[in-house]
Design a protein around this ligand. Structure first.
Ligand SMILES: *Cc1c(COP(=O)(O)O)cnc(C)c1O
Length: 222
């Protein structure tokens, strides 16, 4: 058994079946992705549009691609035709651009709102107030071609488990408020995407429904 095969099998034994796994394959080759695919896994995540486009044609069609990286509006048109979920919607401008491209090809694109929960300047995302302003607006109600499936966040990169736990707990609280007050009727608004190789166990304890894991499956990146 290759490392990738045994890594993904043992990882799945540590994740409850109610939690979805996105295998984050950024920087990894099509051959490495096929190894994970051959275990039966179908959900893969990437964080660069052009890298994803170039790999996707080498890989089976039934892969469900999730986009997890910062997305520039000028790249949206390349992603929209095939992407299953965009985890990283971090501005109204971006959501608007996704909607416009999806409308052109008569598609609905599933999105998560990325919240800024970490104590790191390098991370992207909305604040709760920005999200509330956006979803309360008239314009938001008229976006026909995007569906919000929930929220996403990245905790601070640190060994401080207490801080990580607080950040994940905050994201879960934001999700609950949005669900109760703004999306009570929307059955699809149900996902909390949080947890990576270093912190997925904490994330699951704090209510994660989707974990995004790369290094544990594919090994360290350069
Ligand atoms: C790279 C990446 C991951 C996976 O990171 P690992 O630490 O390798 O598990 C998850 N989410 C996002 C947004 C990423 O960019």
């Amino acid at each position: 058994m290759s490392d990738i095969t045994s890594n993904i099998i043992s990882l799945k034994q540590q994740i409850p079946s109610s939690v979805k796994l996105v295998a984050v394959s950024k920087t990894k080759s099509a051959t490495e992705i096929v190894e994970a695919y051959n275990t039966g896994h179908r959900i893969f995540g990437e964080n660069r549009v052009m890298e994803l486009i170039s790999k996707k044609d080498l890989l089976p069609d039934d892969i469900e691609w999730h986009y997890v990286g910062h997305l520039q509006t000028n790249k949206v048109k390349f992603l929209v035709p095939f992407i299953s979920m965009i985890h990283s919607v971090d501005s109204f401008k971006l959501l608007r651009a996704i909607n416009a491209e999806a409308l052109k090809i008569n598609k609905i694109v599933y999105c998560l709102l990325q919240f800024y929960i970490a104590k790191e300047e390098t991370k992207y995302g909305f604040s709760m107030n920005e999200v509330i302003d956006m979803i309360s607006s008239e314009e938001f109600r008229h976006l026909q071609s995007v569906r919000l499936w929930g929220v996403m966040g990245m905790a601070t990169f640190t060994d401080d488990e207490k801080l990580i736990r607080e950040e994940f707990r905050y994201l879960t609280d934001c999700f609950k408020v949005l669900k109760e007050k703004y999306f009570p009727e929307e059955v699809c608004f149900k996902e909390i995407s949080m947890g990576m190789s270093g912190d997925f166990k904490i994330a699951i304890k704090e209510g994660s429904t989707i974990v995004r894991i790369g290094s544990i499956i594919f090994g360290e990146r350069n």
